[in-house]
Every structure is written in structure tokens, then in C-alpha cells.
Design a protein around this ligand. Structure first.
Ligand SMILES: C[S@@+](CC[C@H](N)C(=O)[O-])C[C@H]1O[C@@H](n2cnc3c(N)ncnc32)[C@H](O)[C@@H]1O
Length: 313
């Protein structure tokens, strides 16, 4: 479905929702880069630490010496952490191409020009696509053995059925001997988690409300941003961190591009994002159920986060 159709469907439902994939327009990409630098957003630092201190161990598990392979990254973003792995792979003399996939053409262009400068000899085949579309076409693009990266806890943005569907589809397109390295945010003190989505500077709020700005801009709507607030919530029992946009009064919004009006009650919420937190047993069960063999977990020093390497055997 297109942005327009998804917005029309989500705002007509009860309860209302908007897909988190639409956070990432040019402005959303910029705000997300600011989020990654926030002290409260521990996820980036944790994964950065894992790659900075354990890249050699990851590479030795991959056993890529001498064989040509494709490093494919889903939701690559600006590649801030991936570039450490790429640097180490190049230093180790690995023979590989890099295939970053992202729904945001803007961030993909930034990533491509940055990596072309940093790694002039690296072949980069960027693909502007949605995860599931990219899964369907991946084998038309690549016949080589593959290492699939899915970093930044992006898998946590899926509900359970989509997580299972993603891992099953990934397993189906891989060949025996291929690997996937997936970043999961772990359950921890709920206050630490909540702060990551509720910074005092209001950067996460701006990221969430940018969805309404995008609807104003692209679908000629008249959302008054002052009349909505950002509301994050974490349930330690389920491990679901959820973000909402809440209407601060009863109001009607006109979306010209949809030729429709939408009524919001005072206090009514639009669900915009889920960021799931995992226990290590849940992660192992996920991979086992999709037939992957877990090779190794790579933790940061605080055990806030894990990158799990799994293999199709
Ligand atoms: C949370 S950011 C993580 C970026 C990077 N992997 C990192 O760890 O810093 C998610 C990235 O995935 C992209 N993305 C979100 N939903 C997507 C979808 N459904 N299909 C493809 N890319 C998507 C976004 O544009 C964004 O660059």
C-alpha cells in the first residue's frame, strides 16, 4: 500500500494507527540521527561497542576467508555502525559486495556517497525497497553466499507474527551456510528503556510528530502540531515499548489529499511505533522455530543489547 492509502486506513480504524516505516522521510532521517546521539538512546552505543570490541570474533565465526560473499543489510540507515564491520572485513582481506536496503531513498543516498568515499574499492549495490519486497527480490540480485545484517533493533519494530514471517522468509531465501546477524534490545530496568523514548530535549517527540508534519506536507492536511503530544509507554511484562501520538482536545483534521476529515476525541491516541525488548531465551526460540542455528550471541558490557549470529545449516 502507498503512504496515502496507509494513512487513510490507519486513521479510519479504531484504535487509530500509523506505520513506523513512514517516520523516515528526509526530516525523519535527520531526527533519527540526532536520536542515535542522545545519551538516553543506549541502543546505538551498545551496538557500536559490540562492533568496536568484538568485530574480530564476529568475523572469525563468519569464516569468510577467501570466499566471495554479499553483505546485505536490511534497514541500513546511515551505516554508522556497519562501517566498523566493513572496515574490519576490508582489513582482513575479505572478498565481498555490500547491498544496503532501505525504504528511505534519502538515507540510502547519504550512505552510498559516504561509503564510496570511505571505501573506494567496495562494490555497493544499494536498493530502495521495503523489507519484504527486498526479501522477494534478493536472489535476483545476488547469487553469492550471504551474510544478512538487520541491526539497530529494527526487528523489534515488528509484532510477533511479522517477526516470525520475516525470519521464515529470510530462511527460505538463504542457502545452507549463509548467516544472519540480528540486533535485539534486551529487557532491562524499565526506567532505562522508557527514558530512551522520552528524552528531556524532546527529540523523540519531534520524531514521532514528524509523521503528522509529513501528512501535512505530502497529503495537504491541517494537523496542528501544538494540539498533539508524544506519549511513550513500556510494559515490562510483555517487553513492548510503544509510542503514541495523543490528541490534546476534540478536533477535526482535514486531509485534502484523501478528500476526508478525521475526528479526534480529547485524549484519543494514534499508535505509531513498537520497539520490542527481548529475553535471550525468546531470541533463541525465535531462531530455532525458523530452523536457524544460533552460532553466538555478542553482548555489550552492560548486557543491554545483543547481536545474535545465526546460520542456515
Ligand atoms: C531504527 S533505524 C536503524 C538504522 C540502522 N540499521 C542502525 O542500526 O542505525 C531503521 C531504518 O530502517 C528503515 N526502515 C524502516 N522501516 C522499513 C521497512 N519497512 N522497509 C525497509 N526499510 C525500513 C528506515 O528508513 C531506517 O533507516
Amino acid at each position: 500500500m502507498s503512504f496515502k492509502e496507509d494513512v487513510g486506513t490507519g486513521l479510519s480504524e479504531n484504535p487509530k494507527y500509523l506505520s513506523s516505516r513512514y517516520f523516515y522521510d528526509a526530516e525523519g532521517d535527520k531526527i533519527f540521527q540526532a536520536i542515535m546521539k542522545m545519551p538516553e538512546y543506549y541502543l546505538t552505543n551498545a551496538e557500536f561497542e559490540i562492533f568496536s570490541t568484538q568485530a574480530e570474533q564476529i568475523l572469525s565465526e563468519l569464516d569468510v576467508n577467501g570466499r566471495k560473499f554479499d553483505l546485505v543489510e536490511f534497514g541500513a540507515g546511515d551505516g554508522f555502525k556497519t562501517r566498523i564491520l566493513i572496515e574490519r572485513l576490508i582489513e582482513a582481506g575479505a572478498n565481498f559486495r555490500y547491498i544496503p536496503i532501505d525504504i528511505s531513498e534519502n538515507v540510502l543516498n547519504t550512505l552510498k556517497s559516504d561509503f564510496q568515499k570511505r571505501f573506494p574499492d567496495l562494490e555497493i549495490l544499494a536498493e530502495n525497497a521495503e523489507y519484504f519486497e527486498a526479501l522477494e527480490s534478493i536472489n535476483r540480485k545476488s547469487e553469492n553466499p550471504k551474510v544478512i545484517l538487520f541491526l539497530g533493533s529494527s526487528i523489534g519494530n515488528f509484532l510477533e507474527d511479522r517477526t516470525v514471517r520475516f525470519l521464515n522468509a529470510l530462511y527460505a531465501v538463504l542457502n545452507v551456510g549463509d548467516f544472519t546477524l540480528i540486533g535485539f534490545d534486551l529487557k532491562k530496568n524499565p526506567k532505562t528503556i522508557l527514558e530512551a523514548y522520552n528524552d528531556k530535549q524532546g527529540i523523540t517527540k519531534a520524531f514521532n510528530l514528524n509523521l503528522l508534519k509529513r501528512i501535512n506536507r505530502e497529503l495537504e492536511a491541517d494537523f496542528d502540531l501544538e494540539a498533539f503530544d508524544h506519549y511513550p509507554y513500556y510494559d515490562p511484562e510483555t517487553g513492548f515499548a510503544k509510542s503514541y501520538i495523543v490528541s490534546l482536545k476534540k478536533q477535526t483534521v482535514n486531509i485534502k489529499g484523501l478528500k476526508k476529515q478525521f475526528v479526534f476525541d480529547a485524549g484519543e491516541a494514534i499508535h505509531t511505533e513498537i520497539s520490542r525488548k527481548y529475553g535471550i531465551n525468546q531470541i533463541e526460540t525465535l531462531f530455532e522455530n525458523a530452523n536457524f542455528n544460533v552460532s553466538k550471541h555478542f553482548f555489550d558490557c552492560k548486557h543491554y543489547y545483543v547481536d545474535t549470529l545465526a546460520k542456515k545449516i
